[in-house]
Ligand binder design. Structure first.
Ligand code: NAP
Length: 374
């Protein structure tokens, strides 16, 4: 007889509280995973800091968390390619509209995940290293490959002929960016990226041909020079504030699509409390103005900026192309590396809140991971 427990968020803005949780029952096409490692994402911090303003459909108490790695302990109907006992990494999408933000979210000992958003883990990859992948990889894939984003060709992912087209990834050291570099390379594209200087070698090891420091006021000009007249197939703007420089690159290189992972303002620094503080009003005014300006400055030049929703791949052909056809083999062969490096920030569900608070203060090329002992 198994018992489940979860790190609950009982109401908007509240700290996480660990207590018993119902044992999830895997539905058709789902796996029940005994979680051995989970990672925290900016999304968890943002939802906790912004209450009902974000993900207004959540009915509290709920469980946050998207990234898990663990062992399959039960299999729902209509699942073919997994067995009980398999080691897997999986994207838990309980927070998405229409899903169950209790049984399908990651900050718990057992979670129900879609088999289509899970991949077998080779023995050589530890659970804590794999847990860095799910949301970041899925968001990168959505931005690069969804038809309403950069719509890059992913028909031979992992086996594609090299093509002389460039993808610019602004924010390559982010979890999303590092996975985007690897996926774009796996699809055959050349990649130019930005990161702090200390991370440039790391970016090149992931497959970027050039990395530029985003702190450098001349970074945009340097990137345009590095593109050197090649076709820019698309631009992925990952970090907060990256849409403006990406728009300048698009204008100079003729790129027509920019996929943005972040809004133009940061939702991180919001104080965790209810109501419309002056700070929150300013943030929303700034969000509205900057978004409208960006759309105006882009559309008048024939450039289409779009906002990425990482979970879009759950219901599109990109999901199976990445999670099923590409990832298991790419992890086993070492062609796709778990990025960023896992930093184990604690053990047990009570450590999750501290990890979210640490993430709010900022990380560099690291993902904060919590291990769960058995
Ligand atoms: N839309 C979606 O579905 C979705 C999903 C996931 C994440 N996101 C968003 O995507 C962003 C990245 O998330 P993440 O988890 O990948 O982040 P992360 O790994 O926590 O990002 C940390 C990295 O950000 C880099 N960075 C900070 N400011 C930058 C700037 N101005 N330009 C370029 N790089 C910068 C830093 O690089 P250096 O260390 O090199 O300085 C640092 O390594 C967040 O805003 C997050 O909310 C959106």
């Amino acid at each position: 007889m198994r018992d489940n427990s979860a790190a609950w968020i009982d109401s908007p803005y509240a700290d996480l509280t660990v207590r018993d949780a119902p044992m999830p029952a895997p539905g058709p096409g789902q796996l029940l995973v005994e979680v051995r490692a989970l990672a925290v994402n900016p999304l968890d911090a943002i939802i906790q800091s912004n209450g009902a303003v974000m993900y207004g459909w959540l009915r509290y108490p709920v469980v946050l968390g998207e990234d898990v790695a663990g062992v399959v302990v039960e299999i729902g109907a209509d699942v073919q390619n997994f067995s009980v006992g398999d080691r897997v990494v999986a994207y838990a999408i309980g927070l998405e509209k229409g899903r169950d933000a209790v049984s399908e979210s990651g900050f718990q000992a057992y979670v129900a995940v879609d088999a289509g958003l899970a991949a077998a883990l080779p023995d050589a990859i530890a659970f804590e290293d794999a847990a860095v992948l799910p949301l970041a990889l899925s968001t990168a894939a959505a931005g690069l490959f969804e038809s309403d984003q950069l719509a890059l060709d992913h028909s031979h992912l992992g086996d594609a002929d090299p093509r002389d087209e460039v993808v610019v990834v602004w924010g390559g050291a982010t979890a999303v960016g590092g996975n985007a570099i690897q996926l774009a390379r796996a699809a055959g594209y050349r990649v130019i990226t930005t990161a702090s200087v200390k991370n440039h070698d790391r970016m090149k090891r992931l497959g970027a041909e050039a990395a530029f420091d985003y702190h450098d006021p001349k970074a945009v000009e340097r990137i345009i020079r590095a593109v050197n007249g090649s076709v820019v197939a698309g631009i992925l703007a990952v970090a907060v504030g990256s849409a403006d420089p990406c728009l300048r690159i698009a204008r100079a290189t003729g790129a027509t699509r920019i996929a943005m992972a972040s809004p133009p303002v940061s939702f991180y620094e919001q104080p965790r409390r209810r109501g419309l503080s002056l700070r929150r009003i300013r943030l929303f005014l700034s969000l509205g103005t900057r978004t409208a300006l960006l759309q105006l400055r882009s559309r008048t030049r024939g450039i289409r900026p779009s906002f990425i929703w990482g979970s879009a791949i759950a219901t599109s052909p990109v999901g199976p192309a990445v999670w099923d056809a590409y990832l298991p083999e790419a992890l086993a062969s070492g062609r796709h590396r778990p990025y960023p490096e896992a930093h184990v920030a604690g053990e047990g569900l009570p450590a999750v809140q501290d990890a979210i608070d640490t993430l709010r203060r900022g990380v560099s090329a690291r993902k904060l991971v919590i291990t769960l002992a058995r």
